[in-house]
Design a binder for this molecule. Structure first.
Ligand code: PAF
Length: 304
């Protein structure tokens, strides 16, 4: 298959290299380069499935985008709209568009921008980061789940296998919003706290964070249940603790965004939770406080 990856961040690069084993991959990036070289490596924990290799890809060629059967959008949630505006004119209406980002809240915009295309959302627990410009390091394994959000995407279950062949485990979901909500709970708990306290994920296992983590999970569970996905705060807290332990040595994406004074995904994580809570008249003070604290940090980036 011909696949275009939109965005050349760590996640886009990782999937590009992995999908290249069976497919022709082309990148679409903001810098308009014509070629992209990516050196992929893995930690000792993942090296058995991520041998070191350097990959060469074509980039930013409208004819390659137009002939793609699948487009995988890996930019951050707040960049999705501008990214789609930039490639939309070259997109075939039959091309399946897979959106993979942390957080929720972009679905309406994407559906409005691409009314004809099959639209699929994905959430991944694969972890990667870029130690330098051309390098991507695969630092953690985890499941990837994907599923359609419009009637055009109904017959696209085979994409589950395509992603599974590249980087398992990956499964197709009949209702992708349920796993997206579960992942949102994990991001609401881990991302703002690790950004505010400038710590690794594993440090959240310390007793001083216990009350706040429980409060966050309780609030997400209430909103999730009101959205039609019944779950308890205890269940969400267990999932959050599992991720804290499994990724103990990693810095979360929001921690890294704040460290590098980049815009964070807070509006699509805690911000999305707060907006859904408001429609159900549920008060979410723990998440509200964290959203405000990260917004304040972003506002003062250039003060020092
Ligand atoms: O955003 C992140 O960093 C990741 O989604 C997660 C799961 C919090 C692990 O660091």
């Amino acid at each position: 298959m011909n696949i275009t990856i939109i965005g050349a961040g760590a996640v886009g690069r990782l999937w590009g290299c992995k999908l290249a084993a069976h497919h022709t991959i082309h990148f679409w990036t903001r810098d308009n380069c014509q070629k992209l070289a990516i050196h992929l490596s893995g930690t000792s924990a993942t090296s058995s499935i991520t041998p070191e290799a350097t990959f060469q890809f074509d980039a930013n060629q409208p004819t390659l985008l137009a002939s793609s059967e699948v487009v995988l959008v890996t930019v951050k949630a707040f960049q999705v709209e501008a990214a789609i505006q930039a490639f939309k004119a070259h997109l075939n209406p039959d091309t399946a568009v897979v959106i993979m980002h942390n957080g929720m809240g972009s679905q309406q915009t994407v559906s409005a921008l691409l009314p004809e295309n099959p639209i699929i959302y994905a959430t991944t627990s694969q972890a990667a980061f870029r130690p330098s410009e051309n390098d991507v390091r695969h630092t953690g394994l985890g499941p990837t789940l994907l599923g359609g959000i419009n009637p055009q995407a109904e017959d696209y279950q085979a994409l589950g296998q395509l992603f599974d062949d590249a980087l398992p485990p990956c499964t197709w979901q009949d209702d992708i919003n349920q796993p997206l909500w579960r992942k949102l709970a994990i991001n609401c708990a881990i991302n703002p706290l690790t950004a505010l306290h400038n710590c690794k994920n594993g440090e959240l296992a310390r007793s001083e964070f216990n009350r706040e983590l429980t409060g966050i999970c309780q609030e997400v569970a209430e909103v999730m249940s009101a959205e039609g996905y019944p779950i308890t705060g205890t269940e969400l807290r267990q999932q959050v603790d599992t991720v804290i332990n499994a990724t103990a040595d990693n810095f979360s994406s929001m921690n890294q965004d704040v460290c590098h004074q980049r815009q964070t995904e807070i509006d699509y994580i805690s911000g999305y939770l707060i907006s859904r809570a408001a429609t159900h008249n549920i008060s979410v003070p723990y998440n509200q406080r964290l959203w405000q604290a990260i917004k304040d940090m972003e506002k003062h980036y250039h003060d020092q």
